[in-house]
Design a protein around this ligand. Structure first.
Ligand code: 0WD
Length: 257
């Protein structure tokens, strides 16, 4: 049975009730995990308030600001985990960012600044967070990140984020190779398109969703809960032999020609 009792799980990337990370946090909680949440802080504290209200039913034992562009905040997050939890078992990396201008139009117009920003937040951050998690995963662990088919195939308008996802998927393999001897597994879920704040920045996302509904074997898109269930599996002992993989949770769309 899928049981995460006694596991400490840090979930990043909850912005609102549509966030994939919210679907994941709920399923980890339901499986019995002790939950810690990080949020992206803003100057007026709006995000903190909004996310705090949303996650209250999960009774998180840690609730911390963590902007992955801020080294000090990352360090402080993991210092708090060391102090309050002692060990970490599960890390959910569920965040990405690119400027809206870089998510439509000509890919060749991507600026150096836009490229660096997208790659830093969406791909480098997995290296940073995994590096910080490594010494705390003293009983082994599971790291799960979120990727998209646009990192493997050209999807209209996904542009620079496709490059970031390609880098992210390769990060998964290199991290899995390094951390495997410590029984830390690293995997990605490649989710089908879901309407969220982040995906609404991608030009033509609704067309893509309709296309998936017509073409995918299951003739529909997937839900945050379905992604959450797959994440819970990847975080549990049921997947103990799986690392360095990209698991498609996309109603089968990826296999279609
Ligand atoms: O169709 C989709 N929605 C898919 C999303 C299909 C396949 C994959 N994904 C991926 C995304 O690329 C991302 O990696 O899933 C992950 C989660 O995205 P989401 O749930 O679609 O989007 P959202 O609810 O917006 O959560 C992403 C969050 C940010 O939200 P906003 O919209 O405020 O940028 O990532 C967080 C933030 O909470 N985030 C950061 N967290 C820490 N530091 C940072 C940062 N610098 N920047 C963004």
């Amino acid at each position: 049975m899928l049981n995460l009792t006694g596991k400490n799980a840090l979930v990043t990337g909850i912005a609102n009730n549509r966030s994939i990370a919210w679907g994941i946090a709920q399923q980890l909680h339901q499986a019995g995990a002790n939950i810690g949440i990080t949020y992206l802080p803003d100057e007026k504290g709006r995000m903190e308030k909004k996310v705090a209200e949303l996650v209250e039913p999960l009774n998180p034992s840690l609730f911390l600001p963590c902007d992955v562009q801020n080294e000090a905040q990352i360090q402080s997050t993991f210092e708090t985990i060391a102090e309050k939890w002692g060990k970490l078992d599960i890390l959910i990396h569920c965040l990405a960012f690119a400027k809206k201008d870089d998510l439509s139009g000509d890919f060749s117009k991507t600026t150096r600044e836009g490229f660096n920003l997208a790659l830093e937040i969406s791909a480098y951050s997995l290296i940073q967070l995994s590096g910080a998690a490594k010494p705390l995963m003293t009983e082994g662990g599971s790291i799960v990140t979120l990727t998209y088919l646009g990192g493997v195939k050209v999807i209209p308008n996904y542009n620079v984020m496709g490059i970031a996802k390609a880098a992210l998927e390769m990060n998964v393999r290199y991290l899995a190779a390094e951390l495997g001897p410590q029984n830390i597994r690293v995997n990605a879920i490649s989710a089908g398109p879901i309407r969220t704040l982040a995906s609404s920045a991608v030009g033509g996302i609704l067309d893509m969703i309709h296309h998936v509904e017509e073409v995918a074997p299951l003739r529909r898109t997937v839900t945050q809960t379905e992604v959450g269930n797959a994440a819970a599996f990847l975080c549990s002992d049921l997947s103990s032999g799986i690392t360095g993989q990209v698991l498609y949770v996309d109603a089968g769309y990826e296999i279609m020609g």
